[in-house]
Ligand binder design. Sequence first.
Ligand code: COA
Length: 323
Amino acid sequence: MGINFLSFGSALPQGTVTNDDLSRMVETNDEWIYTRTGIKQRRVAVTESTVSLGTEAAKKAIEKAGIDKDEIDLVVCATITPDTNFPSTAGMVRQAIGLRDIPALDVFGTACAGFIYAVSVAQGLMATGGYKTALVIGAETLSKITDWTDRSSCILFGDGAGAAILGSGEGRGIISYHLDGINDVDGYLLCRLPSSDSPFYKGEKVDYTKMQMNGNKVFTFGITSVINGVRQMLAASGLTADDISWIVPHQANRRIIASAAHRLGIPEEKFYVNIDHVGNTSSASIPIALDEMTDKGLIKKGDKIIMVGFGGGLSAGSLLVEM
Ligand code: COA
């Protein structure tokens, strides 16, 4: 018995912002962005919300799994851009889809490692709590926390959602996972909430509530995270890189992926990359990639896949699954 990925689904908002569009907003150009990041365009919410994108991705995953929605007995959603403090995004999606009255919780703050964290939480609850079928979502509207006047960060991010159905059954399914948390004392990557406006509060005042990033530091962290994540999964399973069909890394920067592949001595073609048309969608990035791969027929039964997420927190996580 294992915990298996039964399906994936994804949703992207209507808006498309090309590098040329950005060059009319900040001092940049298509060539600089593409050569430094591998990004050509990203999708941005026009009327969509984190909940609406998460709901669309979840509906597609349910349809592709061929299950009745009443079979789902747990919802876990990773996000750093919820629409509400509460209810949880997972709870709002549960209501929007018309699921039963089942537990729904968010994994908040683990940013681009969020999907790996959410799957790990769902897997733990399924293994010990008796849940049989879980809906796991990564949903983001990063455009609302992006500083569209900061050319060093606004070029990277996009909106979107990805979802997966996890089911317990035959097959090995999830073989191993590893979660990492690293103190980000210097604030390499963070997004603050507004400070309290309570009449009693006398502490620090926070006005700037957009994403802040030290690109060079995060770049190095990204490469290290992908290398460590892949090595951890191989060491934990006794497999070699030749046994792995695909590595699905968080889509942060094509050069991070290329550099990690080179240092690992694994052909870059084994790393799935879709950053050119979606940019960095944080917790949604890995499930959007997996859904695309499934639609293209790139994933076969029995394939072993390593997923690696990394980002704000600082947080990182890797997961090895047999499909
Ligand atoms: N267009 C044109 N020039 C730009 C620019 C842009 N969008 N952004 C920065 N520059 C300039 C800088 O001002 C700097 O100019 P200077 O040399 O005159 O000072 C120069 O380009 C080089 O900047 P640098 O920051 O060293 O570039 P880089 O090659 O490191 O690329 C990032 C910057 C942000 C693309 C890169 O560091 C990165 O992707 N980091 C990881 C970010 C990430 O993945 N975050 C999310 C993690 S989950």
